[in-house]
Ligand binder design. Structure first.
Ligand SMILES: Cc1cc2nc3c(=O)[nH]c(=O)nc-3n(C[C@H](O)[C@H](O)[C@H](O)COP(=O)(O)OP(=O)(O)OC[C@H]3O[C@@H](n4cnc5c(N)ncnc54)[C@H](O)[C@@H]3O)c2cc1C
Length: 393
């Protein structure tokens, strides 16, 4: 059977562009056999704080894709907990970008490689043709042997193929404002993770990240609630954190957004369909997924190409690989950590992060996808255990 395309990549965010670029540049798939569909016309707005960890930038660089959009290099992390505040300065954490810029640039690169990019064309129905798929889009019909579902937290592919959800979704609000006099970390380009909201029962953090809008300094602010426990007062907690920074919530327009966490048992593929990026799941502790989507794209491309060569729709090797890959293990650690840091006994974890220089240093390395040595891990485990015990008594 002849298909219009070998692979239909549904969604042209970081996961979709990375999958297409890896397929074409690393896996030797003819670019004109790869179709990327995105329901939005790029550049499109994407609600996001835009923090991209160095891990994702490294993955792009190794593909020959430099960062060519306006960005702020993160100058460090500042962690605020109930009783402590601590900073870790580093220029090796990553950058903050506007998502409309980054996503449009990555998609344009895929198109300039010869990948067929059709933005402004959404997928509305999918039929299995065995082998392959017929996708109905807002512009017509198209057939493909395999699908890469890269369509994010609200994944239409998951809905159309009735792929079950394995985890509760996290909740976020995001906004951007001009700096206020209270933004005392801005000159040092610090990214603030304010864990004090946990004392109010939130399972997450409030953030202030330096960003750039039309060449001017700005601050991305918002709140993340991992949502292990449902709460209806996330916006109120955001309002209180904003007020401390001199921002009135009444002056900004806000909408709630969701994130899909990656956790043990998360589905990674079904027959002929690879779930990539947030269509699969992202970091439960930080609520972040850009770098992870880029990394997933590289792994998915490898197994999609393998299946294509074998004329097979079996992507179980991809599902097997993801939890064993570095990024998969990182996400599983994060799922474990989120329940501890934001859980009922989390005060000790949060205090440790804010108080211990070594803990922040390790947190920064972990955030950037760097490896921790065994000695560093052991020191952390001991320090953490002591902090958790101290918080109990
Ligand atoms: C408020 C907020 C703040 C965040 N802040 C950060 C942060 O600072 N750092 C970080 O790393 N992560 C952050 N995240 C998470 C991050 O935005 C996502 O994890 C990331 O965008 C995932 O990339 P993706 O390519 O998998 O999906 P997306 O970027 O969501 O891309 C999916 C694409 O699929 C398209 N699509 C959807 N449905 C269809 C359809 N039916 N047909 C065709 N196309 C379709 C969409 O138009 C979209 O372009 C944040 C998320 C939110 C909500």
């Amino acid at each position: 059977m002849r298909f219009d395309f070998d692979i239909a990549v549904v969604g042209g965010g970081p996961a979709g562009s990375s999958t297409a670029l890896h397929l074409a540049r690393r896996e030797g798939i003819a670019p004109e056999r790869i179709l990327v569909l995105d329901k939005a016309k790029h550049p499109r707005e994407k609600p996001c704080a835009g923090a991209v960890s160095a891990w994702g930038l490294d993955a792009l660089a190794s593909l020959g894709v430099p960062l060519d959009v306006p960005h702020v290099v993160m100058g460090g992390l500042r962690v605020l907990s109930e009783a402590h505040a601590g900073t870790h300065a580093s220029d090796d954490l990553g950058v903050v970008v506007r998502r409309s810029d980054l996503d449009a640039s990555l998609l344009a690169r895929a198109a300039s490689d010869g990948v067929i990019v059709r933005d402004g064309e959404g997928v509305t129905a999918i039929a299995r043709t065995d082998p392959g798929f017929r996708l109905t889009t807002t512009a017509g019909e198209v057939t493909a042997r395999l699908i890469a579902a890269c369509d994010g937290a609200g994944s239409t592919v998951r809905k159309l193929l009735a792929i079950r959800e394995t985890e509760r979704k996290g909740h976020l609000y995001v906004l951007e404002t001009a700096p206020t006099p209270k933004d005392d970390g801005l000159d040092a380009r610090l990214c603030d993770f304010d864990l004090r909201v946990c004392a109010e029962g939130l399972e997450g953090y409030y953030w202030d990240f330096p960003t750039i809008i039309d060449g001017a300094r700005a601050v991305s602010r918002g709140i993340y609630h991992a949502n292990f426990t449902a709460r209806s007062d996330v916006k109120e907690a955001l309002a209180r954190s904003l007020a401390v920074r001199g921002v009135a919530i009444a002056d900004v327009k806000l909408k709630p957004f969701s994130t899909r966490p990656f956790a043990p048992g998360s589905l990674v593929s079904v027959d002929g369909v690879a779930l990539v990026g947030e269509a699969c799941g992202i970091d439960a502790t930080t609520g972040e997924g850009i770098a992870q989507a880029i990394l997933f794209g590289g792994i998915a491309a490898h197994y999609l190409a393998q299946a294509l060569r074998a004329r097979s729709s079996d992507l179980s090797a991809y599902a097997h690989e993801i939890p064993r890959s570095r990024v998969g293990r990182h996400l599983l650690q994060s799922a474990w950590l989120a329940r501890r840091v934001y859980g009922a006994q989390g005060a000790g974890y949060r205090a440790f992060l804010a108080r211990s220089r070594k803990a922040r240093e390790a947190g920064a390395l972990w955030y950037g996808g760097r490896r921790l040595g065994i000695a560093a891990k052991a020191r952390l485990a001991v320090g953490l255990a002591a902090s958790v015990v101290a918080a109990r008594f």
